[in-house]
Design a binder for this molecule. Structure first.
Ligand SMILES: Cc1cc2nc3c(=O)[nH]c(=O)nc-3n(C[C@H](O)[C@H](O)[C@H](O)COP(=O)(O)O)c2cc1C
Ligand code: SF4
Length: 564
């Protein structure tokens, strides 16, 4: 039976363990840093000599550590891309933005064991010849910023940071930078723009690979909080010991954020690939199973961007048999080992390590509408497919969840989602907003079609000409069959609807629905048959609540000046 294996969270929840430096030192803190700084040059059998920092970089590569921020990219390989010959300073940034819905693991480290992360950062900085580093912290972590700044001050006071660290002749400063609460700031190039004081617009790659053209166009390493903690343990225990944890190509431990309809939601550290999705959901050591009387409906395995798994879904995966030979086996979704490669082979990803469990009480259309609304809100707006597509998907899902759906909405959603990813956008947000829609609709199509069909049937039914039937409370969404340019539309009821004699067949003065400056390029998203006429498709539900728009201002009096 799978069990927790606490490496990074070893002390975090121990009674009496606190975030201050003295407590960290009592538990062996900063010993790894001392070990790293004391590494002497080593001559290899081929006569090549490796400096201390080079040895650390090599260890990280051998350890097989993969980034814990989302993409699961090899940390050692990423470090090897750093341009060390440019003559420019090299920066390191700890990505502590943690905004992927469902994810709540980095904050456990930041709040409960900040010195562990700082030590990991210092070791990583030493290994990469970095003298200035930043912690890019999610804006909402107000208390986290205080904890980190206090921890950094403590580390400075004891010379674990600053000039000539522990007499080793190495200088390093680390600053905390708080974001302002946008999800896109977690994307590494958006993060760099934000850190430079600009709007977090992701940069196009190539040429802006951070390892070459990062912060202030200097070589930059961006690593997740958990990844940097793992670096500390790799140097502490050695790459070979570290890589004994986990499974081949999926080494070390991983902190899984488990949420949704389980009895024991929470964060659990496990050896990568040593627990299956089913064990994480059902075992008493982890989620403890679903709520009483409920059946599993769906699992999102790696944060909201990951493609959903349907209960009962089967996958063919390759496994090593008792004789060491590789065999292909059909396994249930619940039997998939929770690791990077298996989940990718199953068409999804372990992403940020966040498992969201949905039982049969979940309205899957509502669940997707919720996710899509998040992405429509968080798109930075630079790329038309992402900006318009995320909004259109959200609007279509909004109408499906507000009684205005159509049977054809399922196909419509897929059409939009299919036209966003695949190199059409600057950053991976395009994929992140399309994958949930593609997978939810494909795997639960009946739910979407049934909702749309029920709405269509209801709208087609004869409507009683009863005056009271036209009354929707002011401010509430009105789902009556208003006529607008031949389409049916829901709208937010204003005084207009309260007018005596207002009938549902009355037309209303809805605005066009396009955001200012956001109408261009929409044809990119359209299916070929619709794109030719230059017409925007009718997107019922694309209604803007104009109630909060500023009233037009009266022109200033003649002779009035701003200075007055
Ligand atoms: C839209 C978007 C949001 C992201 N948010 C985060 C985040 O909050 N934290 C994080 O560590 N990585 C996030 N990432 C991944 C980062 O771009 C980057 O790959 C990661 O910080 C690298 O660290 P790692 O190699 O240690 O995983 C995000 C990526 C995208 C596309
Ligand atoms: S894909 Fe979306 S979030 Fe990323 S740069 Fe383009 S518009 Fe912005």
């Amino acid at each position: 039976m799978a069990q927790e294996y606490r490496l990074i969270l070893k002390h975090a929840d121990t009674p009496g363990y606190t975030a201050d430096l003295d407590c960290y030192l009592r538990h062996g803190g900063y010993e790894v840093l001392k070990k790293a700084l004391a590494l002497r040059p080593k001559t290899l059998s081929d006569g090549k000599t490796l400096s201390g920092p080079e040895q650390i970089r090599e260890e990280v590569k051998i350890s097989g550590l993969r980034g814990r921020g989302g993409a699961g990219f090899s940390c050692g390989l990423k470090w090897s891309f750093v341009d060390r010959k440019s003559g420019k300073p090299i920066y390191l940034i700890c990505n502590a933005d943690e905004s992927e819905p469902g994810t709540f693991k980095d904050r456990q480290i930041l709040y409960k064991d900040p010195h562990q992360m700082i030590e990991g950062m210092i070791v990583a900085c030493y290994a990469n010849d970095v003298h200035l580093a930043y912690i890019y912290l999610r804006g909402e972590f107000v208390e986290g910023a205080k904890i980190l700044n206090r921890a950094l001050a403590e580390a400075r006071a004891r010379n674990y940071l600053g000039k000539n660290i522990l007499g080793a002749g190495y200088d390093l400063e680390i600053h905390v930078h708080r974001g302002a609460g946008a999800y896109i700031c977690g994307e590494e190039t958006g993060l760099l723009e934000s850190l430079e004081g600009k709007r977090a617009y992701p940069r196009i790659k190539p040429p802006y690979f951070p390892a070459v053209l990062g912060l202030y166009l200097c070589p930059t390493i961006v690593n997740n909080v958990e990844t940097l903690c793992a670096v500390k343990h790799i140097v502490g225990m050695g790459a070979s010991e570290f890589s004994k944890l986990g499974t081949t190509n999926n080494t070390g431990t991983r902190i899984v954020s488990l949420s949704g309809h389980v009895k024991r939601p929470g964060y659990y550290e496990v050896e990568v690939g040593k627990a299956t999705i089913g064990e994480l959901i059902n075992d008493p050591a982890f989620g403890g199973g679903l709520r009483e009387g409920r059946k599993l409906k769906a699992v999102v395995p790696g944060g909201s961007s990951a493609k959903v798994f349907k209960a009962g879904e089967k996958f063919k995966i390759k496994r090593r048999g008792p004789d060491g030979r590789e065999i292909e086996q059909e396994v249930d979704m619940l039997d998939l080992p929770y690791d990077f490669d298996t989940l990718m082979a199953a068409g999804s990803m372990s992403g940020s390590g966040a498992i969201i469990v949905m039982d049969d009480s979940t309205d899957i259309v509502e669940a997707l509408a919720n996710i899509a609304e998040f992405y429509a809100h968080e798109s930075c707006g630079q790329c038309t497919p992402c900006r318009e597509g995320s909004l259109w998907m959200s609007k279509a899902l909004h109408r499906l969840t507000h009684g205005e759906g159509r049977k054809a909405d399922a196909d419509y959603l897929i059409k939009i989602a299919d036209n966003i990813p695949g190199g059409r956008t600057i950053c991976a947000f395009g994929e992140a907003c399309a994958w949930p829609v593609q997978s939810f609709v494909a795997k639960f199509k009946d739910d979407f079609v049934a909702k749309g069909a029920a709405d269509e049937a209801r709208r087609a039914a004869p409507v009683e000409a009863d005056e009271s039937n036209t009354r929707t409370p002011i401010g509430a969404t009105c789902h009556r069959n208003h006529l607008r340019e031949g389409g049916r539309q829901s709208c937010v009821r204003t005084e207009d609807h309260a007018r005596p004699g207002h009938r549902e067949a009355d037309s209303h003065d809805h605005d066009s629905g396009l955001r200012h400056g956001q109408g261009g390029g929409a044809a990119l998203l359209l299916p070929p048959e619709a794109a030719g006429g230059g017409q925007l498709p009718d997107v019922p539900g694309r209604v803007w609540d104009t109630r909060h728009w500023p009233e037009p201002q009266a022109p200033p009096e003649p002779g009035w000046h701003a200075e007055d």
